[in-house]
Design a protein around this ligand. Structure first.
Ligand SMILES: C[S@@+](CC[C@H](N)C(=O)[O-])C[C@H]1O[C@@H](n2cnc3c(N)ncnc32)[C@H](O)[C@@H]1O
Length: 508
C-alpha cells in the first residue's frame, strides 16, 4: 500500500508530538460524570478503554500504568506511532495495553471488547468525513451502556478569525518544496510577511496578526499536524452534539473542568443574556459566543439517562480529590477565566491540613471541614470550584498518608523506568500514580533530582551540587544559569515534589 492509500490526506511524513494529557484519565472522566449527573464507571475492577488516533499513545500508556487492572486499547494508522508506542510501553514494563495499527474503518472489522471509555484527543477536526463516520460507528457499536466518550475538537466561533489563515497557509505551502514541516515553515514566512503588509483582513482583524506571531513560536511538526492535513474543520458544539446523537450519545459536560461552571467563566451580563434564550440549544451556542474558545473537550454519555439529585449527590460525595502541589501553598484566591474567586481564611487553613494528610473524598472533606456555622453545601461548592480552578484535582483513590516518613525508595519498577527514561533521553515524562489515577508531569532535571535524593542527597545544598554536575544537556529556562537553576530545582523537589509523590504512593 502506498503512503497516500492509507493516510487519507493526513500528515504522515512527520511524527506528532509525544505528549500526555491528563483530561483523558478514567478518574478525570469519572469526575465529569459525577459532577454532571451520570454514573461514574467502576474503576475498582477491570474496565475497558479505547484511545482512537492515539499518536504515540503517551496518555494511554500513563493511564495503563495508573490502572493496572484496566484493559487499554490504542489505535492509530501511522505505523511509526504504533511502533513507538509499543516500544515505549514495553520499555516501561506496562503490559495492559494493546496497540492496533489500523484505520478507524479497519478497526470496525476487528474483534474488540465493549468499552467503558472511548477517547479521542486532537483527532476529530483533522480527519475526513469518512473517518469521522467510522469513529461514530465505533462509538455506536462498541461503547457499553452508560459508557463515556471524550471528544476534543477545534470549535466555532472561536476559530472564525483564524480559519482563513489556515486556508492561506495551505495554499502557500502547496508550492513549497520539502517535507510538510519545511513547507509549513516556508509558508509561515510568507504568511508573516503578508500579515505585516497592510492587507485589509489584518487591519479589520488585529488578532489575526497576533495569531500568526504565535504560530511562529510553535514547533513545525506541530504546525504541520495542526494545519496541513487535507481536512481541517472547526465545528459548532451543537453540531457535534447532533452528530454524537446519531451514535446514541448525549452531551454530559466538559473535561475542561471550569467550563462546567458558567459562573466561573462567563460575565454576569453575558450569563443573563444567555439565560433568557428559549432553548438549551440556543443557550449552548450563545455560551460558545460568550466564551469565544477555540478548543473544546466534550464528554458524552451513552443514552439520555440523567440521575436525580440524590444519586448525583451520592456520586459526587464519593468522588476522590486531592492536591497535586504543596497544600501549604493553597491560597485564599484562585484564578478562573472570569477573574478571581476568594475563600475564607479559616476554610483554606482547614483544607491545607486536610490535604497534607493525602487524598480524600468530597464527602469526607465536607465532614472534616464542616463545623459550627459552616454550611455543608457551601463547603462542597468551594471544593468543586477549587477543582475547577485547578487548585485541587480529581483523584482515583482516597488515600491518607502516615505522617513524617522519610522518602526511601520508588514504589515500583515502572516509576524507576519512567525516571530513567526522562534522564537518559532528556525529555519530560509523566509518572503514573494509582492513587491519582493519572500522571504527574516531571522534567528531566526533576527526575535526576528524585534519583539523587533517594541515593542520599537529601539536603538542598548537596542536591543542588549533584544537579549542577548532571544537568549538562538539559534545557534550562531562559535567563537562568545552572547554579541558580539547580538550587531552585533542589529546593522545589525537596519541599514540594517529593512530599507530593509520597502522598501519591509513588515514593514510599
Ligand atoms: C493530532 S494526532 C493526536 C494524537 C494523540 N491523540 C494525542 O493527542 O497526542 C492525530 C492522530 O490520529 C491518527 N489518525 C488520523 N487519521 C486516522 C485514521 N483514519 N485512522 C486511524 N488513525 C488516524 C494520526 O496518525 C495521528 O497520530
Amino acid at each position: 500500500m502506498s503512503d497516500s492509500d492509507w493516510s487519507q490526506g493526513y500528515v504522515t511524513d512527520t511524527i506528532y508530538a509525544d505528549r500526555f494529557f491528563r483530561e483523558l484519565s478514567p478518574a478525570w472522566l469519572n469526575y465529569v460524570a459525577a459532577l454532571c449527573g451520570a454514573s461514574p464507571r467502576n474503576l475498582d475492577r477491570s474496565f475497558t478503554y479505547l484511545d482512537l488516533g492515539c499518536g504515540f499513545g503517551s496518555s494511554t500508556i500513563v493511564n495503563a500504568g495508573a490502572f493496572p487492572a484496566g484493559e487499554f486499547h490504542a489505535c492509530d494508522f501511522n505505523p511509526a506511532h504504533i511502533e513507538g508506542g509499543q516500544r515505549h510501553a514495553g520499555a516501561l514494563g506496562i503490559s495492559n495495553i494493546q496497540f492496533h495499527e489500523a484505520s478507524f474503518e479497519d478497526l470496525l472489522l476487528q474483534e474488540l471488547p465493549a468499552f467503558d471509555f472511548i477517547v479521542l484527543h486532537g483527532v476529530y477536526s483533522w480527519v475526513g468525513a469518512e473517518a469521522r463516520q467510522a469513529i461514530r460507528r465505533i462509538i455506536h457499536d462498541r461503547l457499553k451502556p452508560d459508557g463515556l466518550v471524550y471528544l476534543s475538537y477545534n470549535c466555532l466561533p472561536g476559530w472564525s478569525i483564524e480559519a482563513p489563515l489556515r486556508k492561506l497557509l495551505v495554499e502557500l505551502a502547496a508550492t513549497e518544496g520539502g517535507g510538510s514541516p519545511q513547507r509549513t515553515q516556508q509558508a509561515l514566512r510568507s504568511l508573516k510577511h503578508l500579515s505585516s503588509s497592510k492587507l485589509r483582513y489584518f487591519n479589520a482583524n488585529p488578532s489575526a496578526a497576533t495569531a500568526v506571531d504565535a504560530y511562529t513560536k510553535d514547533p513545525s511538526n506541530y504546525l504541520a499536524h495542526e494545519f496541513l492535513n487535507q481536512t481541517w474543520e472547526p465545528f459548532y458544539s451543537i453540531d457535534i452534539a447532533d452528530q454524537m446523537a446519531d451514535a446514541g450519545m448525549s452531551y454530559l459536560g466538559s473535561a475542561t473542568l471550569v467550563d462546567n461552571h458558567p459562573a466561573l467563566v462567563v460575565d454576569e451580563l453575558a450569563a443573563e443574556a444567555v439565560d433568557q434564550l428559549a432553548t438549551g440549544r440556543q443557550r449552548q451556542l450563545a455560551t460558545d459566543f460568550a466564551t469565544n474558545q477555540r478548543f473544546r473537550r466534550d464528554v458524552f454519555v451513552r443514552g439520555h439517562a440523567r440521575l436525580g439529585q440524590v444519586e448525583t449527590t451520592r456520586h459526587l460525595r464519593a468522588a476522590a480529590i486531592g492536591c497535586l502541589g504543596n497544600p501549604e501553598r493553597i491560597g485564599t484566591k484562585a484564578r478562573v477565566p472570569r477573574g478571581e474567586i476568594r475563600f475564607q481564611e479559616d476554610f483554606i487553613r482547614g483544607l491545607q491540613s486536610l490535604m497534607l494528610r493525602g487524598s480524600t473524598t468530597i464527602g469526607q472533606a465536607v465532614a472534616a471541614l464542616g463545623g459550627e456555622g459552616r454550611d455543608p453545601v457551601e463547603i462542597a461548592r468551594n471544593l468543586i470550584f477549587l477543582i475547577a480552578a485547578g487548585t485541587l484535582m480529581p483523584f482515583a483513590k482516597a488515600r491518607s498518608q502516615s505522617h513524617a516518613v522519610k522518602a526511601r525508595r520508588l514504589a515500583n519498577r515502572t516509576v524507576e523506568r519512567v525516571l530513567a527514561h526522562a534522564i537518559e533521553h532528556r525529555v519530560p515524562r509523566a509518572i503514573p500514580s494509582e492513587t491519582l489515577g493519572n500522571g504527574v508531569d516531571i522534567l528531566p532535571v526533576e527526575a535526576l533530582a528524585i534519583t539523587e535524593l533517594l541515593a542520599g542527597a537529601d539536603a538542598v545544598e548537596t542536591l543542588a551540587a549533584r544537579l549542577e554536575a548532571g544537568i549538562d544537556g538539559m534545557q534550562l529556562p531562559r535567563n537562568d544559569d545552572p547554579v541558580t537553576y539547580s538550587r531552585a530545582v533542589a529546593q522545589g523537589v525537596i519541599e514540594d515534589l517529593v512530599p507530593a509523590l509520597m502522598r501519591l504512593g509513588v515514593i514510599i
